[in-house]
Design a protein around this ligand. Structure first.
Ligand code: DCP
Ligand code: MG
Length: 657
C-alpha cells in the first residue's frame, strides 16, 4: 500500500518475530528460496550460447503458436470484495468504522481493514506483530458463518449477470459478462459499475472489479483501483500488449515471492513483457507447461472458456485460527468445514472419493493426510466421518489451520455411491482409472500447478484447471513448499528410492515373517489367510498367477506376464501399491474392502481366463486333450478345484466378513 513505511515495517516485523516459530518458519522459507535460486543459477550456468539460441527459436515458435490461441471475443469480469472479513465485521459493529482493526487473534490475523493496512498490518501476519505496528489495532475474532452468509448474498447478485459465474473464494468470482453486455447494450464498464452498486445495495459491502478479455487479465485489473473501484482493459490486442509490457510479474496470480525472485534474480525478468524476451531461457529451464504459462503471461493470454466441471480436480476449504490444542474445537471446525464442503460439492453436483485433511501445526509444519474411499461421497456426514478419523490419528496436536479437500470426482456428476458388495467390478475399474489420473496429476503438478489443492490462506477454493491465474490463489507457482502433499505423492509413486525399495520388498507380515502363500489351496482358504493378514501392515496379496506358478500349475498362454507377482503393499504404510489409492492404517475396514476389490478383480480375471480356455477347448478339442495331458503332468496338488466364481466369492466374503 502507498504511504506505508516499508523499512520501518520490516524492522518491526524482524525485531518482533525473531526467535518465534513464525520467524523460524520464515527463515525456513527463505532458505528454501535461496536454494531454489542457487539451483536455477547452476542450471543456467550450464547453458551454452548455442543452446540458448536454439531454445530461443523454440520459444519464438511457441510464442507464435500461443498467439494463434488469442481469443478476444469474451468479456470477463473479476470481482473481489474489499477487506472482506473486516468489512463484514464492521457491518455488524458500526463502531469499528474508521478505526484500524484486524480479524483474527494474537497468533494470526486473517485480514485487516484499510485503516490498519496503512500501518503495514496485513493478512497472515501474527497478531502480536500487527499490534506492535499499530498499537490501537482492534482485534475481532473470526466468525465464519457471517462471511458465508454475506458471500451467499453477493453470489446471488453475481448470478444475475452470469448464471455460470465461477466462485474463486468466498469473496471472489469470475463472471463472463459478454452476453449481458450484448443483451442490455451496455459497456463492460457500465455493467461492472451496476454490479458493484447492486452488491452494495444488497449487502452494504463494497467490492472492486476488473474487466478484461480473459480471466488472468480481469483478475489483475480488479486490483488496480482497489478498494471500491474498477478498471476496464479493452478487448484489443494492442491495449493488452501495452498493459502487459510494464506490468510487474508479481501482479500475476501464481507468481509469488519465490517465482518472482527466481525470474528476477536469476533471469532478469521483471515485467511480463520480459517473459517474451527471455523466452529461450524459460524454455531451457522449465517444463513445457511452465514455460508455456510464462510465455502466455508475456502475451497477456489467459483462460476464456468456462472449465468443464469435470476438469475440476478438487474442491477445498480451510480455516486459519489461533493456535490451540483444544480437540473439541478441532472437531467443531471440522464439522463446519465438512458442511461447507458438502454444500459446495452439491452445488456442483459432484461427489468425490479422495478426502484430504490439511493441518498446519503451531510450528507451521503442514501435514496432509488423505484417504481414498471405495465410495463417492458428498454429504457432510460422510465427509465429517472420514475427516474425523483422519484427524483422530494425528491427535494430540496443536494446530493453527485445518482444511478439507475432496478430489477424484465421479466422472458423470451423478451421486452414486458404489456398493462395495456389488458384483460387477466396473465401479472399481473406473475408480482405478481415477486414481491413476490423480497420480499423473500430482506428478505434473511438480512443473505446474494443475490441481487446485488448498487455496493458500483463503477459506474456500475451487479448482479451475491448469494455467489458470485464479486457480493459484495466493500461491506461488514455483514454490513447492506450499505443496507438501504433492511432495508426499511424489514419494509415494516412487520418486524416492527408499519408497521404491519398500515397494519391492519381499512379502512381510506384521511381525516381519514372510507371508507364505499356501500351495495351491482353495481360493477361500487363501482368501481367509490373506484376509487374516489384511489388517496388518504391510499386507500382501500374491496374484493367483503366482500361486499357479508356485504350485507348478500350468499358466494359461494368454496370461500377461505383467500380472505376475503383483503385490498389494501399503507403500509408506499409506498407499496401495497396486492402484495408488491412499488409505491410512486407521481405515481398517476400508483397507479390507479395498483388498477385497483387488482380490475380486484378480478372481474376475482368472474367471475370464477360464472362460477363454474353455472356449478354446471347445473350438480346438485336440489342443484340449494335449493341454489336459500337459496339465495332468504338471498338476502338483489334486486339491485344486479351479477358481471360485465371482458370485460365490462375494457370497462367501459377505458371509465371512
Ligand atoms: N483471508 C485469510 N487469510 C489470508 C488472506 C485472506 O483468511 N491470508 C481471508 C480474509 C479476507 C478474505 O479471505 O477478508 C478475502 O481475501 P482477500 O485476499 O480478497 O483480502 P480482503 O478481501 O480482506 O482484502 P482486499 O481484497 O480488499 O485486498
Ligand atoms: Mg477481497
Amino acid at each position: 500500500m502507498d504511504g506505508v513505511d516499508k523499512e520501518k515495517v520490516q524492522r518491526i516485523v524482524y525485531d518482533m518475530s525473531k526467535g518465534s516459530k513464525y520467524f523460524e518458519n520464515e527463515e525456513r522459507k527463505e532458505a528454501f528460496m535461496r536454494q531454489k535460486i542457487d539451483n536455477m543459477r547452476a542450471q543456467c550456468a550450464k547453458l551454452t550460447p548455442t543452446a540458448i539460441s536454439q531454445y530461443q527459436k523454440v520459444a519464438d515458435r511457441r510464442i507464435l503458436e500461443l498467439e494463434t490461441k488469442r481469443d478476444l471475443s469474451r468479456i470477463w469480469l473479476h470481482v473481489d470484495m474489499d477487506a472482506f472479513y473486516a468489512a463484514v465485521e464492521t457491518l455488524s459493529n458500526p463502531s469499528l468504522k474508521g478505526k484500524p482493526m484486524a480479524v483474527g487473534g494474537m497468533s494470526m490475523i486473517s485480514t485487516a481493514n484499510y485503516e490498519a493496512r496503512r500501518f503495514g498490518v496485513r493478512a497472515a501476519m501474527p497478531g502480536f506483530i500487527a499490534r506492535k505496528l499499530c498499537p490501537e489495532l482492534i482485534f475481532v475474532p473470526v466468525d465464519f458463518k457471517k462471511y458465508t452468509y454475506y458471500s451467499d448474498l453477493t453470489r446471488k447478485v453475481f448470478q444475475k449477470y452470469d448464471p455460470n459465474f465461477m466462485a474463486a473464494s468466498l469473496d471472489e468470482a469470475y463472471l463472463d459478462i459478454t452476453d449481458v453486455c450484448k443483451e442490455r447494450s451496455m459497456t463492460s464498464g457500465e455493467i461492472a459499475k451496476e454490479l458493484r452498486t447492486t452488491v452494495f445495495e444488497e449487502t452494504g459491502l463494497t467490492c472492486s472489479a476488473g474487466v478484461g478479455s480473459n480471466r488472468l487479465l480481469a483478475k489483475v485489473c480488479s486490483d488496480i483501483n482497489k478498494p471500491n473501484g474498477q478498471f476496464v482493459l479493452p478487448n484489443d490486442r494492442m491495449a493488452v500488449m501495452t498493459f502487459i509490457s510494464s506490468l510487474p510479474i508479481r501482479k500475476i496470480g501464481g507468481i509469488g515471492k519465490v517465482t518472482e525472485h527466481i525470474l528476477r534474480d536469476v533471469l532478469g525478468i521483471n515485467t511480463c513483457e520480459d517473459m517474451l524476451q527471455k523466452g529461450g531461457l524459460l524454455c531451457a529451464l522449465f517444463s513445457r507447461s511452465t514455460a508455456d504459462f510464462f510465455l502466455s503471461v508475456g502475451l497477456g493470454l489467459g483462460q476464456t472458456e468456462i472449465p468443464q466441471v469435470r476438469s475440476r480436480k478438487s474442491i477445498s476449504n480451510e480455516r486459519t485460527f489461533s493456535s490451540t490444542e483444544d480437540e473439541a474445537s478441532f472437531y467443531q471446525k471440522l464439522a463446519d468445514l465438512a458442511e461447507m464442503l458438502s454444500v459446495d460439492m452439491q452445488k456442483e453436483g459432484l461427489s468425490g472419493r479422495t478426502l484430504t485433511l490439511k493441518l498446519k501445526t503451531t510450528t507451521f509444519e503442514v501435514r496432509t493426510r488423505a484417504v481414498t474411499l471405495q465410495n463417492y461421497i458428498c454429504s457432510s456426514e460422510d465427509i465429517l466421518k472420514y475427516a474425523s478419523k483422519l484427524l483422530k490419528a494425528e491427535l494430540p496436536v496443536s494446530l493453527r489451520l485445518i482444511g478439507l479437500r475432496l478430489s477424484q470426482f465421479n466422472a458423470d456428476k451423478v451421486v452414486a455411491p458404489a456398493d462395495p458388495t456389488q458384483k460387477t467390478l466396473t465401479n472399481f475399474l473406473i475408480s482405478g482409472d481415477a486414481s491413476r489420473e490423480s497420480m499423473v496429476d500430482s506428478s505434473s503438478m511438480s512443473s505446474i500447478v494443475n490441481d487446485h489443492h488448498f487455496m493458500n490462506d483463503t477459506e474456500t477454493g475451487f479448482s479451475m484447471g491448469s494455467h489458470e491465474a485464479c486457480s493459484y490463489g495466493g500461491r506461488d507457482l514455483l514454490d513447492s513448499s506450499h505443496f507438501p502433499d504433492l511432495e508426499d505423492n511424489n514419494c509415494a509413486i516412487g520418486n524416492n528410492d527408499g519408497e521404491m525399495q519398500k515397494f519391492h520388498e519381499p512379502l512381510n507380515g506384521e511381525n516381519g515373517n514372510k507371508v507364505n502363500t499356501p500351495e495351491r489351496k482353495s481360493c477361500q482358504n487363501a482368501l481367509s489367510e490373506l484376509k487374516a493378514d489384511s489388517s496388518s501392515v504391510p499386507f500382501a496379496f500374491r496374484s493367483l498367477d503366482e500361486e499357479n506358478k508356485k504350485a507348478n500349475l500350468p499358466d494359461d498362454d494368454t496370461v500377461s506376464s505383467s500380472n505376475q507377482g503383483e503385490l498389494l503393499l501399503w507403500v509408506n504404510d499409506y498407499k496401495c501399491s497396486l492402484c495408488g489409492i491412499e488409505l491410512p492404517p486407521c481405515f481398517v475396514e476400508e483397507r479390507q474392502e479395498h483388498f477385497d476389490f483387488h482380490l475380486a478383480e484378480r478372481l474376475q480375471k482368472e474367471e475370464s481366463r477360464c472362460d477363454t480356455r474353455m472356449l478354446r477347448h471347445r473350438l480346438f478339442p485336440e489342443d484340449n486333450i494335449a493341454s489336459q495331458r500337459k496339465r495332468k503332468k504338471q498338476r502338483a496338488s489334486p486339491k485344486d478345484k479351479g477358481h471360485i466364481p465371482i458370485d460365490l466369492f462375494f457370497v462367501k466374503s459377505s458371509q465371512n466378513f
